[in-house]
Design a protein around this ligand. Sequence first.
Ligand code: UT7
Length: 334
Amino acid sequence: MEKINAVITGVGGYVPDYVLTNEEISRMVDTNDEWIMTRIGVKERRILNEEGLGTSYMARKAAKQLMQKTGSNPDDIDAVIVATTTPDYHFPSTASILCDKLGLKNAFAFDLQAACCGFLYLMETAASLIASGRHKKIIIVGADKMSSMVNYQDRATCPIFGDGAAACMVEATTEDYGIMDSILRTDGKGLPFLHMKAGGSVCPPSYFTVDHKMHYLYQEGRTVFKYAVSNMSDITATIAANNGLNKDNIDWVIPHQANLRIIDAVASRLEVPLDKVMINIQRYGNTSGATLPLCLWDYEKQLKKGDNLIFTAFGAGFTYGAVYVKWGYDGSKR
Ligand code: UT7
């Protein structure tokens, strides 16, 4: 029997119109453009500030563009999976809302929670569903409204994050392209360093939790930074070695956009020049589950059929990993 591969056949994206600049952040907290640019690398980020709109709004915009660009018939979609840490509601899933908004009649839908690593886990999940032979066409979406849980009085976290969403179509193929390999890891010891203190079943919302600002993202930046650099660099080097990839035949590295210094460290470990590294952190900041597909959205036109791509990310959990993709189409024709 021929091997079934799972190949990405299109990308759609969406970022909100509102641009939150470093100047504006400097008026909210004690910081400045120079500190943010040198320590993080973010110039501006997009914020979904219309009342009543959540993550599914951005996910829907991205997925609609994807359906349009790929000329997909809603009836042909088998599954929708959304990676998000900021779902519209605790339940039902953001993916189920998307299913309705996209008019999908034959799909099952669920959310996947792997924080900033969500898109890596999405690719692996979609590839496995397709390899089973039972599913042929899957929409995967990375989407986060980080502004919904960022404390804009905390200078250590508020300059980092932004809002956005991007979606990819993943389809079955017998050609030798697609999601070729992955190494994914979870280290639960990361909990104390990156989490939200209240709002879950351990500590449900109360006046106390609101008064004590326990519904915001909490991060011990320095510790997370160290783990991110070493784990992303090691795992990226391993997946490259396992697949015979090196600085000469890697066409693109797509790292999670959390900090330009982490991106630099991963690139230099692989000895890949920065012009082969997808970087848009300066415009969007860290959009968590959306960073990797937003990179694809921005760089799609430069991608060629057969390009070797290595994705890597690190996030709360800790979750981390790397995925090797052999790109399946010429982006300039889209
Ligand atoms: O996406 C999920 C994974 N997350 C990450 O990968 C994030 C990893 N961590 C980081 O990117 C960095 O640790 C941060 C960007 C969060 C912070 O950068 P840092 O170089 O680690 O700074 P720091 O926390 O060690 O703080 C250095 C100094 C401190 O002052 P003192 O104690 O040395 O006097 C902070 O109070 O910088 C101060 N500081 C600021 N100063 C101006 C912290 N935030 C700011 C700010 N503006 N916004």
